[in-house]
Design a protein around this ligand. Structure first.
Ligand SMILES: [Zn+2]
Length: 561
């Protein structure tokens, strides 16, 4: 029997006359003498890999890759170091990170005075009247005061320049000059789906704006400065330095599609990017499908589906039971967050979803609150009765508070989830706005996996730092940067965390045949790590560095090896 099989194989090889020649060619790049965690179906550990034409051509012990060594082959001696598949973040706002990069960085500040200093330093370099904008990648819970700075505190260091400090995608604080430009006064009512936070004694706006109230200021912001294409290249390069090779870009418009198109056409992308078009109304879905269908996909750039934002962040999650009263920020005992449906409500959302399914595309919906997750599950289910959604990889993003019934339905009809490490920064606000129990129960990855949901991992960078090892540290320890643990029972193992960041994310994106593990024939994406994340205590995972990263066999980052 074996002889017959071999004969058949030779016959096939002879007909196409390719396989023997390909095997004889030397590799472009060999990495040897390491501990290669392949994340293939059997989690095989190898010593080395050989890469040719952008793909893995051999994986095994040193002898197995050495035979492909030719005079031109570049060889990297790993010295026992750990290699993992190139890391994938299934929710990272790459464009937003690029736009944000020239802004004032606040992640290192520890009190309001330090925020004031950072703003003052930028004001000193800015013409009077020009905007001073901070990066959203920080959180007030890292400040000793545990709250956003007020307009009055910002006015002290910036009386003449409007100041805009976003935090994440849902909360901002601004100074008086910015409020004035946005036309927000004491008498301005809260816009639908938003809150203008007010001083309880005087009723004056404090400068802090939630959800759609922040849009009032966003509308008057100037366009971002700097050459966006250069900023994008720098951002991709920074991501490569963390071992990241691929991201999902969650929510762009036509203009941003054009920017990605230009970057890919020029061969300037070093992060494989799977793009989702942002839509809410049915007409926007139609536009998005047309925009996607007009594009062609490559190994570096794919246009895969539509993203819907259906509720807010921690402060705007749509919940069945009321939030806590947060003195100075959330005074309403009946406040339950915001549900951001299109004007035609759930029916219009479902009509949009049906168009997406008919086009064979992916739908991904942002959801934090339990009520929002239920809306999505029953809407996806309505579509599933007509067109099975399992093959389309429809996903719920963030998934903070899924009820048990929702999880069961997700497993039944094949809805996927992606989880990000928001609690590292936002955990403190989860406690303040939701109470201890709901804060700890948020993002129950352990339960989701155990009940058969496919979960992908990521960061939501730059809302949260883009560092994948910080995210895996949170997944495995459930620690937050404020120094405590939230929901220890939802921790997963380091091996599971690596699965979320590699093959599971590839599955969410429908590219598991090409990416997500180190296997012969797959795209040669890998990361060499400073330590073995499966062997060190989970608490040490956050100290991991990527020493070398390849994308399609090209070394895109190398430091310290
Ligand atoms: Zn996001």
């Amino acid at each position: 029997m074996p002889r017959i099989v071999r004969t058949a194989a030779i016959a096939i090889a002879a007909t196409i006359a390719l396989a023997p020649i390909v095997l004889a060619q030397p590799a472009d790049l060999i990495l040897r003498g390491g501990r290669v965690i392949t994340v293939d179906a059997s989690w095989r550990i190898a010593e080395g890999v050989a890469i040719r034409g952008g793909r893995f051509v051999a994986i095994g012990d040193n002898a197995a890759v050495d035979v492909l060594r030719g005079p031109q082959t570049q060889v990297v001696e790993l010295g026992g170091r750990t290699v993992v598949p190139g890391l994938i973040d299934s929710h990272l706002h790459q464009l937003f990170a690029a736009i944000n990069s020239p802004a004032v960085q606040l992640l290192a500040t520890r009190n309001v005075a330090e925020v004031q200093e950072a703003i003052a330093a930028r004001v000193a370099k800015t013409q009077p009247g020009q905007w001073v904008v901070a990066s959203s990648g920080w959180h007030e819970s890292i400040l000793a005061e545990g709250r956003m700075p007020t307009r009055w505190e910002l006015d002290k260091v910036s009386p003449n320049n409007p100041v805009f400090i976003p935090r994440g995608g849902h909360v901002v604080t601004v100074n008086s000059a910015a409020l004035q430009l946005a036309g927000i006064t004491k008498d301005t009512p809260d816009p639908e789906g938003g809150v203008i936070v007010r001083d309880p004694a005087t009723g004056e706006a404090t400068g802090v704006l939630l959800e759609t109230a922040a849009t009032l200021v966003r509308k008057v912001l100037p366009p971002p400065s700097g050459n966006l294409r250069d900023l994008m290249k720098a951002t991709m390069s920074e991501l490569n330095s963390y071992g990241i090779v691929s991201v999902v870009e969650p929510g762009v418009d036509e203009r941003q599609i054009a920017l990605y198109r230009a970057l890919d056409d020029a061969g300037e992308m070093t992060i494989r990017t799977d793009v989702l078009y942002r839509a809410m109304r049915k007409t926007e879905v139609e536009k998005g499908i047309a925009a996607i269908k007009a594009q062609k996909n490559s190994d570096m750039l794919r246009f895969v589906g539509i993203k819907f934002p259906l509720d807010g962040g921690v402060e705007g999650a749509r919940m069945y039971s009321p939030f806590r009263i947060v003195p100075g920020e959330q005074p309403d005992p009946n406040y339950r967050g915001v549900l951001l449906l299109p004007p035609g409500k759930e029916d219009e959302y479902v009509e949009g979803l049906k168009l997406i399914a008919a086009a064979g595309l992916q739908a991904q919906t942002h959801a934090v609150g339990d009520e929002t997750i239920d809306v999505i599950v029953r809407s996806y289910e309505r579509v599933n009765r007509e067109i099975p959604i399992r093959p389309l990889r429809w996903t719920i993003m963030h998934i903070f508070h899924p009820r048990d019934a929702a999880i069961a339905k997700m497993a039944e009809i094949g809805i996927m989830a992606t989880a990000q490490d928001h609690p590292v920064l936002l955990g403190h606000n989860q406690v303040r706005w939701w109470g201890d129990e709901r804060a700890a129960d948020a993002i129950p990855i352990r339960k989701l996996i155990d009940r058969g949901i496919l979960v992908g991992g990521g960061t939501d960078g730059p809302v949260v730092p883009v560092d994948p090892f910080l995210s895996m540290w949170w997944m495995t320890t459930r620690q937050v940067l404020k120094g405590y643990v939230l929901g220890k029972e939802h921790a997963i193992t380091p091996k599971e965390a690596l699965t979320l960041y590699t093959i599971n994310n590839a599955r969410v994106m429908g590219v598991e045949a090409e990416r997500g593990s180190i296997e012969v024939g797959k795209l040669a994406d890998l990361a060499v790590l400073s330590q073995d994340i499966l062997a060190v205590p989970p608490d040490a995972i956050r100290d991991t560095k990527a020493l070398l990263t390849t994308v399609g066999g090209k070394i895109v980052h190398r430091a310290g090896i």
